[in-house]
Structure formats: C-alpha cells, structure tokens
Design a protein around this ligand. Sequence first.
Ligand code: A2P
Length: 278
Amino acid sequence: MTTPAPLLTLNDGRSMPALGYGTYPITGDEGVAVFGRAIEDGYRMLDSAASYGNETEVGAAVRESSVPRSELFVTTKLRGESHGRDETLKAFEGSLTRLGLDYVDLYLIHWPLPRLDRYVDTWRAFVELREEGLVRSVGVSNFMPEHVDRLVDETGVVPAVNQVEMHPYFPQPAQRAYDAGRGIVTQAWSPLGRKSDLLGNETLDDVAYEVGVTPGQAVLRWHVQHGSVPLPKSEDPTRMAQNLDVFSFSLSEEQMGRLDGIATGERVGGHPLEHEEF
Ligand code: A2P
C-alpha cells in the first residue's frame, strides 16, 4: 500500500485528501472491485457523479472496505436535469440512496448551465443539505469566476472546492488564481490530459526521466505543487499505485517552469459556458 495523500484544510474547516481517485467511466461489478482496490492501495478520496452511473458501485466499495468510513472521502455531483431547489433535494436523496451512505463528504454542482440559469437556487439547496449534515462540504465544478461571484453575491456562501479541467496543456492559471483568492481549492479533472498526447510529450518525458519517475507521476506532482488536487483515473494496478505515489519527490522550479511552458490552451472536455449535460 502507498501512504495515503496528505490532507488539506478547506475554507469550511473540513479536511480533504490532496489527491483522489477519478471513477469515470468505470461501472458495474468491475467498478466495485477496482474502487475497492483503490482504497486498499491507499486512495482515500473517490470522485463520483450521478451522471457517471457508478454511485452504487462507489458506495458498495466504501461500505465493504475495512478502512473506516470516517477516513474515506466520497464526492458526488448533481446532474444538469436536477438544477433547481426541489429538484436538487430530490436528486441528492437518490444519490445518497444509491451510495448507501449516511452522508457525502463533498457535493458538487456538476456544470453551471448558464443558459438554464438555475445554479443559484441549486446552490441554496446545497447549503440546506450542508446545514442538515447530509453533506459535509459543498462545492462546484466547471464554474468560471462570474458564476462563483454570483453564488457568493446572492447567498454569501463560498464554495469549498471548484473542480475544473486542468492539466499541463490547459493549466488554468487565471481560474486557479481566482479560486485561491476566494479560499477555494481547485480540483483537476482529466489531470493527465485524457485523449491528448500529453503523456507522450518530449519535455514531460525529459523532466520525468531527470526525476526518475513516470510521465504520469511528473504531471500529478506538477498539480500538487500548483496547489491543485488531481483526480487521476486508472484501472491498471501498476499505474493506480504510481499515481498516488507523488508525495515523496518534488520538481524543481525550473522543471515546473518547463512543464508550464508546454501549455497549448486546448481543452479535452466541454466549455463551461456551452456544455450542457442533463
Ligand atoms: P488506464 O486506466 O489504462 O491506466 P485522465 O485521468 O486525465 O482522464 O486520464 C485517464 C487516462 O489515462 C486513462 O485512459 C488511463 O488509462 C490513463 N492513465 C492513467 N494513469 C496513467 C499513467 N500514470 N500513465 C499513463 N496513462 C495513464
């Protein structure tokens, strides 16, 4: 087993692991087995979502694990069709039932869906769920500064986390600076730049070789040193273990700079202003 990731303190006083396991798109019996192995490997945070269709599997792995529930951190997300106060409360009940848990550590609004314009009401319901103790921390995903500003202006409640696409090709410096200014922890989805050629990049390969780690580990360490919380997905036992093992080495400032220099500005996923997922 790899030593679990260190804990970060969120702006609501709660703790969250500095790296988590990305569960998309793993489902079914294989999912329960893989998520169970992730926990055995030392992962303590599992990142799920209603739209991934794997809350049942994540919950089963958590309940079957010998690691106490209090040491595990379960995230799930509200899908687009459930925006709105009453819809959110109902959708959350469904998520909790599928997970088979008493509470969720972190609940995120999956996408802002600005055309629908219901994310502020949705956020009010999130705050109610937190007050009831059913959700420990509340946050958002794919929110741009203008969306977070509205939540804070209209409700006074700052998200604890903002989970956005981030990897060396799309490093999100402005979004990260904004989040940090609000005390929001940025989590990174597709931290390894899924579907791009990132892991075959020559500069990355050089840096990884110098440090004596794999390209995947160098990228995940780049996230950690930028203060973002990566959520790598892997079903391969060797890569799963390697991806968590990024807290016992570091990149120099010069190596960080070289990785910052490979940015292309190209996303691998949807744009928050346009992406609609119901
Ligand atoms: P696999 O499950 O076979 O390991 P992202 O987290 O950015 O979405 O990327 C996930 C993709 O990257 C998956 O296809 C996964 O495949 C692969 N992957 C995960 N970890 C590594 C790694 N350390 N090195 C190379 N590929 C990886």
